[in-house]
Design a protein around this ligand. Sequence first.
Ligand SMILES: Nc1ncnc2c1ncn2[C@@H]1O[C@H](COP(=O)(O)OP(=O)(O)OP(=O)(O)O)[C@@H](O)[C@H]1O
Ligand SMILES: [Mg+2]
Length: 227
Amino acid sequence: MNILRIMNVPRSYREPAPVVGRSECCSFDSWKGSQEIAERLKVMAVEQRSIILSEPESGAGKSHLVVAYMIHSFENDVILRAKIKYEHYENDGGHNVVREVADGFTKHKVMPELYHYTRADDLIELLIKSGFDSADNFQKARKYRCLCIDEFGRDLQGYGKDVLDDAPTMNRLIGSRIDDLKQIVIATPLTQKEFLAKYDGSLLRRLEDNGGEWIDLDIKTRYNKKR
Ligand SMILES: Nc1ncnc2c1ncn2[C@@H]1O[C@H](COP(=O)(O)OP(=O)(O)OP(=O)(O)O)[C@@H](O)[C@H]1O
Ligand SMILES: [Mg+2]
């Protein structure tokens, strides 16, 4: 099965998009924009660092880049497992016995299920039901090895946006993931100023303290603009 599907990446980013001239899924290979930003993101992805990618313009390639970033992080991610070897020795009673001793580490691939893409509004629907936090879903979202939240901070549609404020839940989720050193990959149309006005201002500082970065995409026109 396609790993992007396992990661819950939407079909339009998994498949070619002939109209926009993209012949494969969203990846760094199919990125035709600034190579400087692509190279910078690749280096960060290899180190599994967290990012908040910001650009108010729609169609600038935020979703494209966060999907590419997830794939690149995943491909370079390994889990280390302790290796054990058996040693024969004679115990105090003169018997030959065996004991387990540490023998370095082996590298293992990471399961794609541990990487998860979600749009912020889908996540909010899962986490906040009828005004109450859903503890199980919250813990699940907290535990993914890498969580990608796209469309972060867009105005909520259809959830009674006058009464529902996603900030407390998002602050808690993002804050706990930062503290647990779990990767978050966020794409947002909010500027840094807007982000800081709406969400907990300490999130960004804590993200940066742990090697994460706020990145302004800084693209003024839509890629392949047709209108
Ligand atoms: N530089 C680029 N190279 C190749 N494809 C691109 C580039 N920029 C955008 N695209 C393609 O254009 C389409 C729109 O881009 P994308 O969805 O990533 O924009 P966005 O910034 O997330 O927009 P929105 O704010 O509406 O979510 C996608 O299919 C994407 O793959
Ligand atoms: Mg997008």
